[in-house]
Design a protein around this ligand. Sequence first.
Ligand code: BGC
Length: 444
Amino acid sequence: MSQSLIALVAALGGLLFGYDTGVISSALPFLKQAFQLSALMQGVLTSVALGGAAIGAIGAGWLSDRFGRRPVILVVAAIFVLGGVVSAIAPVLSVLIVGRVLVGAGIGVASMLTPIYLAEIAAPAGRGAIVSLNQLMITIGILVSYLVGYVLSYDAGWRWMLGLGAVPGLVLFCGMLTVPESPRWLAGHGRNDAARAALLRLRSDPAVADAELAELRADLHKEAHVERRAQLAAQRNYKPLIIGVGLAIIQQVTGINTVIYFAPAIFKAAGLGSNSATILATAGIGLVNVVMTIVAMRLVDRAGRRPLLLTGLAGMAASLCVLGTGFLLGGSGGFLGWITALSLAAYVGFFAVGLGPVFWLLISEIFPLATRGQGTSAATFANWGANLAVALTFLLLIDGVGAGLTFFIYAVFSLGGFVFTWTLVPETRGKTLEQIEADWERTE
Ligand code: BGC
């Protein structure tokens, strides 16, 4: 099995992240009817998976350091299957909530571990593209969830929508049985023969595999020294943490998931008619997300991280102002519907070209080797925590201050994100991880 095929199997973790977070937007209108949900309960149902994800993200780093990447991904795949089935057959709301918490825990672990596994199996030259495959699969998962939602938009269809997440879970489980453990994890645990065998499967040319193993071992040796230094420097070493956690929060408080999770509700509020029309409009948004992520993947190593982030954030702020103004002016369905659809598409496009992929990429780059696991875990936890806060407050804000002002609030956060990026986020394009680390030491 080639490296690309192995990466594709692991990136199913991203597909599940996308599908299982996106599907709630298609299912929500039907769940609202089936369980007579209030605004608060809709927020809660959307949010329980996010709470589960935050907890999963904290545990993932430790579990996978202790037991290996592969066994943890296998368990997570099983949890995805279980959570999907429980949600699908739920006779009452409480069982549905249990199913969604299970799925959420799976999403949290996958969101942290998929990029780590991908980075650790990738040949150094292609690492950027391989890690970004995760975000591409997230956006494809979201799009598929919308299409499934469209096809199944009838009263009891929500059961299939939630249950179908079990299918990629099953494929991930079977696929992970056939892929090797991360060579980096194996070498880090003194299992050099197994690490070599894994590298041989990934690289096919024994000379390349041996050269990489030698490099890996030299790196681990260096890492042991770096760790001691890093422990000493830890108290001064807040900058990557501030940037990682800051970007994690900015990625969420600028409102992306109000669109990803609640797009049908937003389109309804803007006057689009039936459930299936709103879901179809939502699928258009999902397609923009996929296409612009591909554009970002092609640009990120040429234009750099900062230009993409800054352009994305400025574009998001502008689109949100148009969206907010559309809602403030009100007016009848047709015109407002168009303004809403176009500005939402522009907003998602700007997110997909910047904050979407670049956040996950940067948190795999900016932390020094010795603190990378903990740093990534902290940023991932902050990302899910902020996601939860936004999901819990969005529908309440809409009820309280109205859609127009709500989108202006997200526009202000986008501008804040622009200033944060401009002043703090370093350019990492073309640098080795060691150079990035050395840059921190210089600026201390
Ligand atoms: C974010 C998710 C979001 C997705 C949308 C990811 O980078 O972390 O919260 O739903 O992008 O494409």
